[in-house]
Design a protein around this ligand. Structure first.
Ligand code: ADP
Ligand code: MG
Ligand code: MG
Length: 880
C-alpha cells in the first residue's frame, strides 16, 4: 500500500480531491503545488496510517519507514540539502491535518532537525547566528511542549527571565548569545521535567513528532471536539512533513495569515495580518501585535505589508485571485516570506460568520463564480440563527468600558467569568455568562460553547478565540488590549474601573465594543442578502414550511419569517390565561354534566376569539389546530387558596374537590388519560373546540372575503376506532355550527401520528384522516420508551460514550423512529393517495431531519417561528 504522498517537489502525487486520504492540509498543499503556486516540498503520511495505527495496537505498517525515507530523500534532492547535515541541514515542519480542520490536534512543530551540530551549519549557511539559535530554541520549545509534554510555561518563564536579566522588552532584541543560553536552559528543563535528555538524532526527532500527531488523534480534547461536531473517530489524521522556509531570517522575512474576503462581513476585500521577522504561530500567539496587510487598512503607527514588502505583497494579491477562482470559495491562507520570496503554507475554505457566508455566497453567485444552487448550498442553515439574533439597541443607554476587535458579531450580555470550567458550571445553572480570558486555547473550547460571548485581551482577528467563536456563532470581542485581566484577583479593570467576577458586561461583536452592565438589544431585520437567499431557496424547495404557533405574537413572527401556515396550534396553551383557567378547572372538576357544560360554554367565546385572531393573521394560509392533548391534571389547582376558589365557583366543599383532584392524578400521565382519550370520554370538550374553530372560520371568511380553511387535528390516536369516533363528534359539531350560520365552508379533519401503533396501522387510520402530521417528539418518546423530560440524566452519558450519535429529540433517529415515519407515510398513502403529510415535532426545524423528511416525501415541515428561515433553507438544500 502507498502510505506516503509527496508534494511540491519533483513528484506531486496528491490533490484537493484526496482530502479523505491526505487530510485537508495535505490535499491542499498538493493542489496549490499542482496549480503552480510556490509550496515548499514535503510529503503527507495518509490518514489510513492513523487508522491502521490504532487497529494494530499503536504500531505502524511495516513498510511505512521505507516510504518515509524515500519521500524525505525526494525533498532533500529537490532542495539540494540533507536532513541532519551538519554543514547545511534540511529542516522540516511536522504538522497534523485531518479531513476537516480540528482544534485539539497536535500543534505544529517547526525547525525539526536541529541539534548542537546542525545549528552551527544553519548559522554558517545563512550567515546569521542569531536566526539559527532563535530557530533552535523555538524547536526545543515546541517539541518539548507538544511532543514531550513539558508545560510551555516552563519555557516562557525562562525567556521572561532572560529578558529581565538583559533589560530588553522585545524577543527580537535578544542576541544570538542570549538565545544560546536559553537553549542550554531549555535542555536542562527538558531533562529535569522528562528525566531524559532532549533527543539529538534528527530521525528520532522526526519519528517522535509523527508519533505525537497520531497519538493526539485520541487525546481528550480531540475527542470532545469530534463529539461536538459529529466527526467519526475512524477518519484519522494525516501527518505533513514539509521543508522549512524561514520568516524569521531578518527584515525581508515575514509570516502571515489572511482571508481572501473579510470573514466577518464577507466584504470583497483582502484581509489579514502579518509580522515581519517572525515564525509560525507568532501572528496568532499575541506576543507581538500583528500588522495589517493593506495600506488602506493601516492606522497610524502600523506598517502594512503592502509598504514593507511590496513585491511579496503583489505576489500574494495575485495568489489570492488564483485561489479564489480555483476553489470558487473564500480561502483562509497561511504564508511565509523568506528574503522577499513568497511561500504558501496552507489554504482552506475560510470560516466565516453567518452574515459573511450569506454575503459571499450571494456575491460569488452574482460574480458568476458559482451558481444560485451552489450559493444555496454554501450557507449552513443553522448558521442563520446568528442573523436572527439580537443586536444592541442603538438608543439604549450604555457605558463603554473599552474596545477590542469585532471578532464575531452579535450582542451578548452576561456575568464575567474567568475560566472555562466556571462558565460551564454557571451556564448549566442557566446563568448568562461571558468568558473573559487574556487569550484562549483549545482547552477553553467547551467553555466558549457554554458562554454567551467571549472576550479576550490579546490576539487578533485570526486568534484562536476569534476563529473558534466565529465557527460556533458565539459573540466575540478579541484583543481588547485596554482591559487588564487579573486571574488571581478575579478582576477585570480598565484604568481605575474595576469589575469583579459575576459583574455584568455586554459585548458588541460587530463593533468590538465592551460595555459595563447590561445594554438593551433589538431584533434583527431580514432584508438585503437574507431575503435574496431566501428567495432563491424558496424557488427550489419542494416542501412547504409552516410554524408551530398559538399566540398572535408567535403567528406574526412566523409570517415575518416566511411561514406558509401554522402546522401546529396547541390549544392547551390557550387555557392557561388567568381569565380562562378558572373555567377550565370548573370543566375538569365538574361534579355533573350540567356543570361541565356550563364551564365549556363559558370557554367557547374565548376559544373562538383566539382562533379568529390566528385566522386573521394567517390570512388564508392553512392553520392546523390540535384539539386538547395534555393530561388534565396539568390544569388543576395547586395550593389551598386555588382549591378553595374553585370549590366556591362550583358550589361544592373543598374536600369534595380535593378528592376529585386526587382521583385525577396518574402514575404515568404521558401515557395516561390524554389526547383523543379525553375527546372520547369528554366529547363535549372536543365538540366545543370544533364549534369554536368553525365559527371563527365563518366569521373571518366573511369579514375578509378570503376563505379560511381550518385543519382540525386529533392527537394521540393509536387505533382507527379512536379516530372514527372522535371524527364523528367533530363533524357533528361542525355541521351544527354551519347549519346555524347557514353557510358552507371547507375544512379537514386529520390526526397526529405519534404512537408506533398509529404508524403501523396507518393504512386503516387513513380511512378517516384527511391529513397526517407526524408528532415526532412523542413518536420518539414512545418508540424509544424514553421520557423526553427525564432523558437529561443519562443522555449526556450516551452521547459521550458514543452509544447514540445524536440526541434523538433534537435530530430524528432515522434508523428507528424514521422507519415509522416512512412506514406511516407509505401506508397512509396506500389507502389515500395524495394524503397530506407533515411533521410538527422539534425535528421540523432541524436541518438533518428536514433532509430525511424530504426523502420520505412529506409535504411540509412545521417548526418554531424562529427556525422557519432555517427550515426554508434546509428544505431547499434537501431538494437540490
Ligand atoms: P495549524 O493547523 O494550527 O494552522 P499549521 O500546520 O498550519 O498549523 O502550522 C502553523 C504555522 O506554522 C503555519 O501557519 C506556518 O506559519 C508555520 N509553518 C508550518 N510549516 C512550515 C514550514 N514548512 N515552513 C515555515 N513555516 C511553517
Ligand atoms: Mg495550531
Ligand atoms: Mg495552519
Amino acid at each position: 500500500t502507498k502510505w506516503v504522498y509527496s508534494f511540491g517537489g519533483a513528484a506531486n502525487e496528491g490533490g484537493a480531491g484526496m482530502r479523505d486520504l491526505l487530510g485537508g492540509k495535505g490535499a491542499n498543499l498538493a493542489e496549490m503545488a499542482a496549480i503552480g503556486l510556490p509550496v515548499p516540498p514535503g510529503f503527507t503520511i495518509t490518514t489510513e496510517v492513523c487508522t491502521r495505527f490504532y487497529e494494530n495496537g499503536r504500531a505502524y505498517p511495516e513498510d511505512l519507514r521505507a516510504q518515509v525515507e524515500a519521500a524525505l530523500a525526494g525533498v532533500e534532492a529537490a532542495l539540494g540539502l540533507r536532513f541532519g547535515d551538519p554543514a547545511a541541514p534540511l529542516l522540516v515542519s511536522v504538522r497534523s491535518g485531518a479531513r476537516v480542520s480540528m482544534p485539539g490536534m497536535m500543534d505544529t512543530v517547526l525547525n525539526l532537525g536541529l541539534n548542537d551540530e546542525t545549528v552551527a551549519g544553519l548559522a554558517a549557511a545563512s550567515g546569521d547566528a542569531r536566526f539559527a539559535w532563535d530557530s533552535y530554541r523555538r524547536f526545543i520549545q515546541m517539541y518539548g511542549s507538544v511532543v514531550l509534554g513539558v508545560s510551555h510555561h516552563r519555557f516562557e518563564d525562562l525567556i521572561e527571565e532572560t529578558k529581565r536579566a538583559t533589560g530588553v522588552q522585545d524577543d527580537t532584541k535578544l542576541t544570538d548569545q542570549d538565545w544560546q543560553e536559553v537553549v542550554t536552559g531549555y535542555k536542562e528543563i527538558v531533562l529535569r521535567e522528562t528525566g531524559a535528555p532532549f533527543p539529538t538524532d534528527p530521525h528520532a526527532q522526526l519519528w517522535g513528532a509523527i508519533g505525537a500527531v497520531f497519538g493526539s488523534w485520541m487525546n481528550p480534547r480531540a475527542h470532545t471536539y469530534r463529539r461536538l461536531h459529529d466527526i467519526p473517530a475512524d477518519w484519522g489524521t494525516a501527518v505533513n512533513v514539509q521543508a522549512m522556509v524561514f520568516g524569521n531570517m531578518g527584515a525581508d522575512c515575514a509570516t502571515g495569515v489572511c482571508f481572501t474576503r473579510d470573514p466577518s462581513t464577507g466584504e470583497n476585500v483582502f484581509y489579514g495580518e502579518y509580522l515581519i521577522n517572525a515564525q509560525g504561530e507568532d501572528v496568532v500567539a499575541g506576543i507581538r501585535t500583528p500588522q495589517p496587510m493593506s495600506q488602506a487598512r493601516a492606522h497610524d503607527g502600523e506598517l502594512s505589508m503592502e509598504r514593507a514588502l511590496p513585491e511579496a505583497y503583489r505576489e500574494l494579491l495575485a495568489v489570492r485571485d488564483i485561489l479564489e477562482r480555483h476553489y470558487r470559495d473564500m480561502q483562509d491562507i497561511e504564508f511565509t516570506v523568506q528574503n522577499n520570496r513568497l511561500y504558501m503554507l496552507q489554504t482552506r475554505t475560510g470560516k466565516r460568520t453567518a452574515a459573511a457566508a450569506l454575503r459571499i455566497a450571494i456575491a460569488m453567485a452574482e460574480e458568476g463564480l458559482i451558481t444560485h444552487e451552489e450559493a444555496i448550498r454554501r450557507v449552513p442553515p443553522s448558521s442563520l440563527d446568528q442573523l436572527l439574533h439580537p443586536t444592541l439597541d442603538p438608543d439604549a443607554p450604555r457605558t463603554m468600558l473599552s474596545r477590542g476587535l469585532p471578532a464575531s458579531p452579535g450582542a451578548a450580555a452576561g456575568a464575567i467569568v474567568f475560566s472555562a470550567e466556571d462558565v460551564e458550571i454557571r451556564a448549566a445553572r442557566g446563568e448568562d455568562v461571558i468568558l473573559v480570558r487574556i487569550e484562549t486555547s483549545p482547552e477553553d473550547v467547551h467553555g466558549m460553547h457554554a458562554a454567551r460571548g467571549v472576550l479576550t485581551t490579546r490576539g487578533g482577528m485570526t486568534s484562536h478565540a476569534a476563529v473558534v467563536a466565529r465557527g460556533m456563532g458565539r459573540v466575540c470581542v478579541a484583543g481588547a488590549g485596554g482591559i487588564h485581566v487579573d486571574y488571581r484577583a478575579r478582576t477585570l479593570s480598565v484604568g481605575a474601573t474595576v469589575l469583579h467576577e459575576g459583574d455584568w458586561i455586554t459585548l458588541d461583536g460587530a463593533t468590538g465594543e465592551v460595555f459595563a452592565g447590561r445594554v438593551a438589544t433589538i431584533e434583527p431585520t431580514l432584508s438585503g442578502d437574507f431575503s435574496t437567499l431566501m428567495g432563491w431557496a424558496d424557488s427550489v424547495r419542494r416542501m412547504k414550511v409552516r410554524a408551530n404557533a398559538e399566540t398572535p405574537d408567535d403567528a406574526r413572527t412566523a409570517r415575518h419569517f416566511g411561514a406558509e401556515g401554522i402546522g401546529l396550534c396547541r390549544t392547551e396553551h390557550m387555557f392557561f390565561a388567568p381569565d380562562r383557567i378558572g373555567f377550565m378547572r370548573q370543566m375538569i372538576m365538574a361534579g355533573d354534566a350540567a356543570a361541565r357544560i356550563r364551564a365549556i360554554d363559558a370557554l367557547l367565546p374565548f376559544q373562538r376569539e383566539d382562533f379568529k385572531a390566528l385566522f386573521r393573521i394567517m390570512a388564508g394560509l392553512p392553520v392546523t389546530i390540535r384539539l386538547l392533548d395534555p393530561p388534565l391534571h396539568e390544569f388543576l389547582p395547586h395550593g389551598e387558596a386555588e382549591l378553595a376558589e374553585l370549590a366556591a365557583a362550583l358550589g361544592e366543599s373543598p374536600e369534595a374537590v380535593a378528592a376529585r383532584r386526587a382521583a385525577l392524578s396518574e402514575a404515568n400521565p404521558m401515557l395516561g388519560h390524554r389526547g383523543c382519550r379525553l375527546g372520547l370520554t369528554y366529547p363535549e370538550l372536543y365538540a366545543m373546540q370544533a364549534r369554536a374553530i368553525i365559527e371563527a372560520a365563518i366569521a373571518v371568511s366573511a369579514e375578509s372575503g378570503q376563505p379560511v380553511v381550518p385543519e382540525i387535528m386529533i392527537p394521540l390516536v393509536g387505533m382507527d376506532s379512536e379516530l372514527r369516533r372522535t371524527r364523528a363528534t367533530v363533524e357533528q359539531a361542525a355541521a351544527e355550527a354551519l347549519e346555524a350560520a347557514g353557510v358552507s365552508l371547507d375544512f379537514s379533519i386529520g390526526t397526529m401520528i405519534e404512537l408506533p401503533r398509529a404508524a403501523l396501522t396507518a393504512d386503516r387510520i387513513a380511512q378517516d384522516a384527511d391529513f397526517f402530521s407526524f408528532g415526532t417528539n412523542d413518536l420518539t418518546q414512545t418508540t424509544f420508551g424514553l421520557s423526553r423530560d427525564d432523558s437529561g440524566t443519562f443522555m449526556p452519558f450516551y452521547l459521550e460514550h458514543d452509544l447514540i450519535p445524536r440526541d434523538p429529540f433534537i435530530s430524528i433517529d432515522q434508523e428507528g423512529v424514521g422507519q415509522l415515519v416512512a412506514m406511516g407515510a407509505e401506508r397512509g398513502r396506500r389507502t389515500r393517495p395524495g394524503l397530506k403529510l407533515g411533521v410538527c415535532g422539534e425535528h421540523g426545524g432541524d436541518p438533518a431531519s428536514i433532509g430525511f423528511f424530504e426523502s420520505v416525501g412529506l409535504d411540509y415541515v412545521s417548526c418554531s417561528p424562529f427556525r422557519v428561515p432555517i427550515a426554508r433553507l434546509a428544505a431547499a438544500q434537501a431538494a437540490l
